[in-house]
Design a binder for this molecule. Structure first.
Ligand SMILES: *Cc1c(COP(=O)(O)O)cnc(C)c1O
Length: 357
């Protein structure tokens, strides 16, 4: 028998999340964000399951080409635009849409001779990451307007910095800067990531850009995906490979970070940080053994974790262990590990077997 460590990806959950998002943003089109290997779920499988999305969004040409290689014709938006002038050629051939966020990227268009490309003009309204600041945006926008190889009308995009905190003041200020810059210009608009899509319906505009919620996970620290009507698409599981008893006073694992207060039955499960299970998950992080919660004990090793089976006297070698997903929100594991669910989803490693179900 091979090692049982698996990530099972539910296409039904992805489809159901797309529908749930459409109900939450009924007047907007949906740009499903598939960057970073579809948040670790597998780009091709996620794209096929989400073929009903109005468009896909990715970080770079390499990711976008994988969508085309999988046979999907949906529009694809490159969220960071061209990294090199050659990307414009590829965009023309493959019908990719380009975000433009720097004067250097506009230079690429000056030297490009080809069919007009669809461009998303990125405005920095307060995230202070990518985009033109309102002060420099006017000149940049005029330059793009004058280039024949840029399809008109230009489209407009900005990114919300604090929507996950439900920070209405900051979000409203960003929306106002966005609206003030665009004024009466024609052109499609997009502001909302997952948190914006859920928390700020007034900002939905023409396109929403959900990533995390597409995978059934909540962007809010105090909520889970299921509480928002989404279904987790990734379930990570393994099996118990040993069951034993620690005598009172014995310590378990590297550094002896857990000590048995009494004789304690515990199990070893075949998953560790070499699989992407977070090493910072401490004593008490929940796992599901046979569908019931049990707390992690001791340090996470590369290939294994230890689980307290005090409450499960019937648990035995071979029994299934779920680390996150169906029945155990990854949001909860992220909190125990001092990180965010995005990082856990993206971090499942190569040796884990992915099953598309
Ligand atoms: C990643 C990303 C998104 C999606 O963010 P989520 O929080 O996962 O919904 C949307 N827009 C841009 C520009 C992004 O980079």
């Amino acid at each position: 028998m091979s090692r049982a460590t698996r990530a099972s990806i539910s296409t039904a959950a992805l489809e159901s999340n797309l529908e749930a998002i459409r109900r939450r943003a009924p007047r907007s089109r949906v740009m499903a964000v598939l960057k970073a290997n579809a948040y670790g779920h597998g780009l091709e499988a996620a794209a096929r399951a989400l073929a009903g999305a109005d468009a896909f969004a990715v970080a770079c040409v390499e990711e976008a080409l994988r969508i085309r290689a999988a046979g999907l014709p949906n529009p694809v938006i490159l969220l960071e635009g061209a990294f090199h002038p050659d990307d414009l050629r590829v965009a023309e051939r493959e019908r990719f849409e380009l975000v433009v966020h720097t004067p250097e990227q506009i230079d690429y268009f000056d030297h490009y001779r080809g069919a007009p490309l669809t461009v998303w003009f990125k405005l920095d309204t307060g995230m202070n990451r990518l985009g033109f600041k309102p002060g420099q945006a006017e000149a940049a926008w005029r330059r793009l307007q004058a280039i024949d190889a840029v399809a008109k009308p230009l489209r407009f995009m900005t990114h919300l910095a604090n929507a996950d905190l439900r920070d209405a003041e900051t979000t409203r200020a960003q929306c106002e800067r966005f609206a003030a810059f665009i004024g009466a210009q024609p052109g499609e608009r997009s502001l909302c990531n997952s948190a914006g899509t859920l928390a700020f319906p007034e900002a939905h505009a023409d396109w929403v850009r959900p990533g995390l919620i597409m995978y059934g996970v909540s962007p809010f620290e105090d909520r889970t995906g299921p509480e928002e009507g989404m279904r987790p698409a990734m379930t990570v599981s393994t099996r118990l490979i040993a069951v034993k008893t620690a005598q009172r006073g014995e310590r378990v694992g590297y550094g002896g970070h857990w000590t048995a207060a009494r004789d304690t039955r515990y199990g070893i499960a075949a998953i560790g940080y070499g699989d992407g299970y977070p090493r910072h998950a401490g004593n008490g992080t929940p796992v599901l053994v046979n569908g019931r919660r049990a707390p992690l004990i001791g340090r996470v090793s590369m290939d294994m974790i230890a689980v307290n089976l005090e409450q499960q006297p019937e648990a035995k070698v071979g029994d299934p262990v779920v680390l996150w997903g169906e029945g155990l929100p990854v949001e909860e594991i992220a909190r125990h590990a001092g990180t965010i669910p995005y990082e856990l989803l993206c971090g499942v490693t190569q040796r884990v077997k992915f099953d598309i179900v």
